[in-house]
Write a protein that binds this ligand. Sequence first.
Ligand code: PLP
Length: 471
Amino acid sequence: MPESKIRTMGQQFGRRSWAEPWKIKMVEPLKMLTPDERRQALHEAGFNTFLLRSEDVYIDLLTDSGTSAMSDRQWAGMMLGDEAYAGSRNFYRLEEAIRKYYGYTHIVPTHQGRGAEHLISRALIEPGDFIPGNMYFTTTRLHQELAGGTFVDVIVDQAHNPTDPSPFKGDVDLAKLEALIKKVGAEKIPYVSLAGTVNMAGGQPVSMANVKAVRKMCDRYGIRLYLDATRMAENAFFIQEREAGYGDKSIAEILLEFCSYTDGAWMSAKKDNLVNIGGWLAVNHQDVFEKASNLVVVYEGLHTYGGMAGRDMEAVAIGIEEMVEDAHIHSRVRQVRYLGKLLVNWDIPIVEPVGGHAIFLDAKRFYPHVPQSQFPAQTLAAELYLDSGIRSMERGVVSAGRDPQTGDHRYPALELARLTIPRRVYTQAHMDVVAESVKAVYDAREKTRGLKMVYEPRYLRFFQARFEPLA
Ligand SMILES: Cc1ncc(COP(=O)(O)O)c(C=O)c1O
């Protein structure tokens, strides 16, 4: 191509370019294994990307959980860790940040998100209860089930369709919610479990109009509403971008308003809050706070550290302040979208619209010849690793697990391989390399065969299951 034809990224999309709003102060070298070494590593890992050694991975898109790069301010904050067993100064900083940006009254720290899910599930669910929610999440549902509850999916139908272009595919279907309340009775529903954004649907957002309507319905029936706030800053970005009346509001204002319609939230701080470990539960009702702060000392740690070191809590407090900066969240979501646009441009099937934290490859359309019982998304994650050392993860039949009543595989409508983008870690050049690798795997799709599961653990099987290629 002649030099004059070379175009910057922005020019290719008919606009001025944007760049990541940070510069790199410390680097971590990456290494790519040879194709033979990758094949060997994948065999040893039982064709499960969770079982690969991170050293054998080139670009790691397994998860955005705990993989963020912390800022210089966060690292400096870690030196201010007050490692007292009780009453650490950093706990009060964290409490202040959560009150200011999320608006909740009482805070219980936990080691990570599932610690908070355990506390809220144990505090509120009685055996025989039903918990409606906008699509299941693996650990959330498991804690609800372990507490004796049954999760019921009340997300809008569009969420199960990877090509539906609706802007808020994370919304609750109010008719489904009301039908459940009428069927089982409000007294059997301890709370509605709302997540923003919805991970398993492809990072799809919930609209402000929807959370307001859910709140109204909850009030009508006397049911509480709790939020999985793990990626609520990303959800706020989509409201700012897509919902009438919010274009001029800041991410911080939108987040605070959204949370004000809920009674509390659990949080994996390892995502939006830009830290490598941590979580919290925040509630407005004193009775729930008392139960949770009693349980936390049994399962996590004292109620002023909950499994985190003082320095970790300081990093979370600073991460919350950085998370709501508009420049940060804009570049974060746009980087994900950039990768998505490249793939769509090559007609590679992904979940659309692109969500906040990841690109979800639609394995059913990618490998139409591989039946869901042969784990097409698991196969796709394995093939990507073989092609380039890029690590992704399965979000399909393996993640969905088995029905506790029948023992059968649950076959979700969505069979996806997730390319999850860590925050502030990779550049646009990495995204180009990823896109080209997905294209190479797509071009070779017809030769690809599925897998069979040869080892299956009882809980959250996707983490440790092992597979072999079908002959
Ligand atoms: C939506 C959502 N909720 C809860 C969790 C659980 O959080 P953690 O991994 O910190 O235990 C996760 C993490 O993957 C998540 O994505």
